[in-house]
Write a protein of this length. Structure first.
Length: 222
Protein backbone atom coordinates (compact mmCIF):
# COMPACT_ATOMS: atom_id res chain seq x y z
CA UNK A 1 0.00 0.00 0.00
CA UNK A 2 2.86 2.36 0.79
CA UNK A 3 4.39 1.81 -2.65
CA UNK A 4 1.04 2.38 -4.36
CA UNK A 5 0.44 5.54 -2.33
CA UNK A 6 3.88 6.91 -3.21
CA UNK A 7 3.45 5.96 -6.87
CA UNK A 8 0.24 8.02 -7.14
CA UNK A 9 1.85 10.91 -5.27
CA UNK A 10 4.97 10.94 -7.47
CA UNK A 11 2.90 10.61 -10.66
CA UNK A 12 0.69 13.58 -9.76
CA UNK A 13 3.72 15.66 -8.77
CA UNK A 14 5.33 14.90 -12.12
CA UNK A 15 2.17 15.75 -14.05
CA UNK A 16 1.70 19.03 -12.17
CA UNK A 17 5.31 20.05 -12.78
CA UNK A 18 4.91 19.84 -16.55
CA UNK A 19 3.93 22.83 -18.67
CA UNK A 20 0.20 23.34 -18.26
CA UNK A 21 0.05 20.90 -15.35
CA UNK A 22 -1.65 23.40 -13.06
CA UNK A 23 1.03 24.20 -10.50
CA UNK A 24 2.83 26.87 -12.54
CA UNK A 25 -0.47 28.30 -13.78
CA UNK A 26 -1.75 28.77 -10.22
CA UNK A 27 1.45 30.55 -9.19
CA UNK A 28 1.36 32.86 -12.22
CA UNK A 29 -2.29 33.71 -11.54
CA UNK A 30 -1.48 34.47 -7.90
CA UNK A 31 1.37 36.76 -8.90
CA UNK A 32 -0.74 38.52 -11.52
CA UNK A 33 -3.66 39.17 -9.20
CA UNK A 34 -1.56 40.52 -6.35
CA UNK A 35 0.41 42.75 -8.74
CA UNK A 36 -2.71 44.22 -10.36
CA UNK A 37 -4.81 44.92 -7.26
CA UNK A 38 -2.55 47.70 -5.89
CA UNK A 39 -2.84 49.52 -9.22
CA UNK A 40 -6.63 49.32 -8.97
CA UNK A 41 -6.72 50.63 -5.39
CA UNK A 42 -4.39 53.54 -5.99
CA UNK A 43 -1.52 54.98 -3.89
CA UNK A 44 -3.23 54.80 -0.48
CA UNK A 45 -0.69 52.68 1.43
CA UNK A 46 -2.74 52.69 4.63
CA UNK A 47 -5.72 51.14 2.84
CA UNK A 48 -3.49 48.69 1.04
CA UNK A 49 -1.82 47.65 4.29
CA UNK A 50 -5.19 47.05 6.00
CA UNK A 51 -6.58 44.83 3.25
CA UNK A 52 -3.26 43.26 2.23
CA UNK A 53 -3.87 39.91 4.01
CA UNK A 54 -7.33 39.70 2.45
CA UNK A 55 -5.87 40.31 -1.03
CA UNK A 56 -3.25 37.61 -0.58
CA UNK A 57 -5.73 35.11 0.85
CA UNK A 58 -8.29 35.75 -1.88
CA UNK A 59 -5.58 35.38 -4.50
CA UNK A 60 -4.50 32.08 -2.96
CA UNK A 61 -8.10 30.82 -2.89
CA UNK A 62 -8.72 31.61 -6.54
CA UNK A 63 -5.32 30.23 -7.56
CA UNK A 64 -5.96 26.90 -5.86
CA UNK A 65 -9.21 26.55 -7.82
CA UNK A 66 -7.38 26.81 -11.14
CA UNK A 67 -7.08 23.37 -12.64
CA UNK A 68 -8.92 21.77 -9.73
CA UNK A 69 -11.34 20.09 -12.14
CA UNK A 70 -8.41 18.15 -13.63
CA UNK A 71 -7.61 16.50 -10.30
CA UNK A 72 -9.67 13.43 -11.22
CA UNK A 73 -11.07 14.21 -14.66
CA UNK A 74 -7.81 13.54 -16.51
CA UNK A 75 -7.55 10.16 -14.77
CA UNK A 76 -11.15 9.43 -15.74
CA UNK A 77 -10.42 10.24 -19.38
CA UNK A 78 -7.28 8.10 -19.74
CA UNK A 79 -8.59 5.16 -17.70
CA UNK A 80 -6.19 5.62 -14.77
CA UNK A 81 -9.08 6.11 -12.37
CA UNK A 82 -10.45 2.66 -13.18
CA UNK A 83 -7.06 1.15 -12.34
CA UNK A 84 -6.95 3.07 -9.06
CA UNK A 85 -10.43 1.82 -8.14
CA UNK A 86 -9.43 -1.77 -8.96
CA UNK A 87 -6.13 -1.66 -7.05
CA UNK A 88 -5.60 -2.99 -3.54
CA UNK A 89 -5.01 0.55 -2.28
CA UNK A 90 -8.12 1.91 -0.53
CA UNK A 91 -9.69 4.67 -2.58
CA UNK A 92 -9.47 7.04 0.40
CA UNK A 93 -5.68 6.70 0.44
CA UNK A 94 -5.52 7.30 -3.31
CA UNK A 95 -7.56 10.48 -2.86
CA UNK A 96 -5.28 11.50 0.02
CA UNK A 97 -2.22 11.07 -2.22
CA UNK A 98 -3.77 13.14 -5.01
CA UNK A 99 -4.91 15.86 -2.62
CA UNK A 100 -1.46 16.00 -1.03
CA UNK A 101 0.16 16.29 -4.46
CA UNK A 102 -2.21 19.12 -5.36
CA UNK A 103 -1.29 21.01 -2.19
CA UNK A 104 2.45 20.46 -2.68
CA UNK A 105 2.26 21.95 -6.19
CA UNK A 106 -0.19 24.80 -5.49
CA UNK A 107 -0.79 25.73 -1.85
CA UNK A 108 2.80 25.27 -0.67
CA UNK A 109 4.41 27.40 -3.43
CA UNK A 110 1.79 30.10 -2.89
CA UNK A 111 2.59 30.23 0.83
CA UNK A 112 6.34 30.36 0.19
CA UNK A 113 6.11 33.20 -2.34
CA UNK A 114 3.68 35.27 -0.23
CA UNK A 115 6.41 37.18 1.70
CA UNK A 116 7.66 38.73 -1.54
CA UNK A 117 4.15 39.67 -2.60
CA UNK A 118 3.49 41.10 0.85
CA UNK A 119 5.78 43.97 -0.15
CA UNK A 120 3.39 44.87 -2.98
CA UNK A 121 0.47 45.25 -0.57
CA UNK A 122 2.47 47.17 2.06
CA UNK A 123 2.21 44.33 4.57
CA UNK A 124 3.97 45.25 7.86
CA UNK A 125 7.09 43.26 8.65
CA UNK A 126 5.58 41.71 11.77
CA UNK A 127 2.73 40.31 9.71
CA UNK A 128 4.81 38.39 7.15
CA UNK A 129 5.55 35.21 9.11
CA UNK A 130 2.00 34.93 10.53
CA UNK A 131 0.61 35.31 7.00
CA UNK A 132 2.87 32.53 5.73
CA UNK A 133 1.81 30.35 8.68
CA UNK A 134 -1.89 30.89 7.96
CA UNK A 135 -1.40 30.00 4.29
CA UNK A 136 0.62 26.90 5.18
CA UNK A 137 -2.07 25.53 7.49
CA UNK A 138 -5.07 26.88 5.55
CA UNK A 139 -4.35 25.94 1.94
CA UNK A 140 -4.58 22.16 2.62
CA UNK A 141 -8.23 22.76 3.47
CA UNK A 142 -8.73 24.42 0.09
CA UNK A 143 -7.14 21.47 -1.73
CA UNK A 144 -9.17 18.79 0.05
CA UNK A 145 -12.45 20.70 -0.05
CA UNK A 146 -11.76 21.10 -3.74
CA UNK A 147 -11.04 17.38 -4.06
CA UNK A 148 -14.63 16.62 -3.04
CA UNK A 149 -16.01 18.95 -5.71
CA UNK A 150 -13.57 17.65 -8.31
CA UNK A 151 -14.61 14.05 -7.59
CA UNK A 152 -18.29 14.92 -8.08
CA UNK A 153 -17.51 16.49 -11.46
CA UNK A 154 -14.97 13.89 -12.59
CA UNK A 155 -17.32 12.17 -15.01
CA UNK A 156 -18.79 15.40 -16.43
CA UNK A 157 -17.52 16.83 -19.70
CA UNK A 158 -17.84 20.43 -18.49
CA UNK A 159 -16.85 19.80 -14.90
CA UNK A 160 -14.49 22.76 -14.93
CA UNK A 161 -17.46 25.11 -14.84
CA UNK A 162 -19.14 23.29 -11.98
CA UNK A 163 -16.27 22.71 -9.55
CA UNK A 164 -15.75 26.39 -8.53
CA UNK A 165 -19.51 26.77 -7.97
CA UNK A 166 -19.54 23.72 -5.70
CA UNK A 167 -16.33 24.52 -3.85
CA UNK A 168 -16.41 28.30 -3.35
CA UNK A 169 -19.19 28.43 -0.70
CA UNK A 170 -17.47 25.70 1.33
CA UNK A 171 -14.20 27.63 1.45
CA UNK A 172 -15.72 30.72 3.12
CA UNK A 173 -14.79 29.63 6.70
CA UNK A 174 -11.20 29.05 5.59
CA UNK A 175 -11.06 32.52 4.07
CA UNK A 176 -12.65 34.16 7.13
CA UNK A 177 -10.33 32.63 9.72
CA UNK A 178 -7.25 32.84 7.49
CA UNK A 179 -7.69 36.58 7.03
CA UNK A 180 -8.69 37.04 10.70
CA UNK A 181 -5.50 35.32 11.89
CA UNK A 182 -3.32 37.33 9.51
CA UNK A 183 -4.96 40.59 10.62
CA UNK A 184 -4.66 39.66 14.30
CA UNK A 185 -0.89 39.47 13.93
CA UNK A 186 -0.69 43.12 12.86
CA UNK A 187 -2.80 44.67 15.60
CA UNK A 188 -6.20 43.02 15.42
CA UNK A 189 -8.70 42.99 18.26
CA UNK A 190 -8.33 39.25 18.95
CA UNK A 191 -5.21 37.20 19.80
CA UNK A 192 -3.49 35.58 16.83
CA UNK A 193 -3.77 32.05 18.22
CA UNK A 194 -7.58 32.09 18.44
CA UNK A 195 -8.39 32.25 14.70
CA UNK A 196 -5.16 30.42 13.84
CA UNK A 197 -6.07 27.34 15.88
CA UNK A 198 -9.59 27.38 14.43
CA UNK A 199 -8.01 27.48 10.96
CA UNK A 200 -5.85 24.47 11.87
CA UNK A 201 -8.94 22.59 13.05
CA UNK A 202 -10.78 23.43 9.82
CA UNK A 203 -7.87 22.11 7.76
CA UNK A 204 -7.65 18.87 9.73
CA UNK A 205 -11.38 18.35 9.37
CA UNK A 206 -11.27 19.17 5.65
CA UNK A 207 -8.52 16.63 5.04
CA UNK A 208 -10.59 13.87 6.65
CA UNK A 209 -14.04 14.85 5.39
CA UNK A 210 -12.81 15.88 1.94
CA UNK A 211 -10.94 12.60 1.47
CA UNK A 212 -13.89 10.45 2.51
CA UNK A 213 -16.39 12.52 0.50
CA UNK A 214 -14.24 12.44 -2.64
CA UNK A 215 -13.75 8.67 -2.37
CA UNK A 216 -17.52 8.17 -1.95
CA UNK A 217 -18.20 10.37 -4.97
CA UNK A 218 -15.74 8.41 -7.11
CA UNK A 219 -17.33 5.12 -6.06
CA UNK A 220 -20.81 6.35 -6.89
CA UNK A 221 -19.62 7.34 -10.37
CA UNK A 222 -18.53 3.78 -11.24
Amino acid sequence: MKRAFMAILKRDLAVASRAGGGGELALVFFLTMVVLVPFALGPDLNLLSRIGPAILWLGALLSVMIGLDRLFQSDEEDGSLDLIRASALPLELAVLAKGLAHWLTTGLPLALVSPLLGLLVALPGEGVLPLVATLLVGTPALSFIGAGGAALAASLKRGGLIVPVLVAPLTVPVLIFGVAAANAAVGGTVPFLTPFLILCAISLGAVVVGTVAAAAALRSAE
